[in-house]
Design a protein around this ligand. Structure first.
Ligand code: PLP
Length: 355
């Protein structure tokens, strides 16, 4: 058994439409210029001015006291749970949550936490489901310490948690003594789609983070925000995990650039996702989940093509996307144009016709 990804096949057809993930975005020339010009210092001792400016800006955006720059979103989730919980503590999250299914078991391996997987449609659980999963504090049950939600819910279809449901879950958590954490990898997608400001969307959530290396288009980086005390604890875990950086202003400058130039344009990604879903829906036999943001999930089985076969056939035509938990996921982003969407729909139609 090997965990090493296959090396790039030099004879493979080049990818010219990359719908694999919004992590595939490349820094634009203007972003690279901003990075090159960045004022820098030593981040570990709080001396990198660009990183400090970025953290202040995100803390303000999310309505929190403080924030910290991280190499990745995964490290935001890991340092958050390590700060909130002790070994044996219970975290509640949706069964499809990144923190449960896609972080290499970090929360069990590093923290000794157990995660209770809540069920529910579209990657979300209801306030009622959450309430029903809570138990009294007894000697024999694990202490329930933290609830985590994903905004948007990735594997659920990039769906948007309604503000009212977020408020209700947070309120139930508070009245039962649990802390609240939001994996906001694509929070700004939800904000652009709904017109709700990030700080208003997450009132009631103790901590939240946003990813910059996805639709916002930076090569690296995420920022986690919360109370000053919480961020102090998070900093200690960041140091312990080797996540403290030096002249990280080079990367923070890309994030500042993204906040200035790449947030409002997320609406274009959402429009492209809707266009893709519309086009795919017109192909007989395809089952397409209507997108709320930049992720489009579909299954071609009804058209006589398995998902794996469709992904392979598209790859042979230079289109890259992936199977995710049994469905195909197409992700729109900075480097995907309306013309590429049209071409993709045409190619899917051609593959279905040939099946
Ligand atoms: C990508 C992603 C993460 C992890 O972020 P990285 O920056 O890739 O570590 C966490 N949660 C969700 C919902 C994601 O989509």
């Amino acid at each position: 058994m090997t965990y090493t990804p296959a090396p790039r096949d030099p004879k493979a057809i080049p990818v010219h439409i990359n719908l694999l993930s919004d992590t595939q975005t490349r820094p634009t020339p203007a972003m690279r210029e901003a990075m090159a010009r960045a004022e820098v210092g030593d981040e570990q001792i709080g001396d990198d001015p660009t990183t400090n400016a970025l953290c202040e800006r995100v803390a303000d955006l999310l309505g929190k006291q403080a924030a910290v720059f991280m190499p990745s979103g995964t490290m935001c989730n890991v340092t958050a749970t390590l700060s909130y919980c002790r070994p044996g503590d219970e975290i509640l999250a949706h069964e499809s949550a990144h923190l449960l299914a896609r972080e290499g078991g970090a929360h069990a391996a590093l923290g000794g936490f157990q995660i209770t997987a809540l069920t529910g449609a579209d990657g979300q659980f209801t306030p009622e489901t959450f309430r029903a999963a809570l138990h009294p504090r007894t000697r024999y049950q694990p202490p329930q310490v933290l609830v985590s939600v994903e905004q948007t819910a990735n594997i659920g279809g990039g769906t948007i948690w309604k503000k009212q449901a977020l408020d209700e879950v947070a309120q139930i958590a508070k009245s039962n003594g649990l802390a609240t954490h939001m994996d906001g990898a694509r929070l700004l997608n939800a904000c652009v789609a709904t017109g709700i400001a990030a700080r208003d969307m997450i009132t009631g959530w103790d901590s939240a983070w946003i990813d910059f290396s996805k639709g916002l288009g930076t090569p690296i980086g995420a920022v986690l925000a919360g109370s000053r005390d919480f961020i102090d604890d998070v900093w200690r875990w960041k140091q312990r995990l080797g996540g403290s950086m030096r002249q990280s202003g080079m990367c923070a400058a890309a994030c500042v650039y993204a906040l200035d130039h790449h947030v409002d344009r997320l609406a274009e990604d959402h429009a492209n996702a809707r266009a893709l879903a519309r086009g795919l829906s017109q192909i007989v036999g395809l089952q397409v989940q209507q997108p709320e943001t930049n992720l489009v999930f579909f299954t071609p089985d009804g058209a006589g093509v398995s998902g794996d076969k469709m992904v392979k056939a598209l790859r042979q035509r230079g289109v890259l996307l992936a199977m995710m938990d049994g469905r195909i996921r197409a992700c729109t982003h900075l480097d995907v144009t309306a013309a590429m969407i049209e071409e993709t729909v045409g190619l899917v139609r051609e593959i279905v016709r040939g099946a």
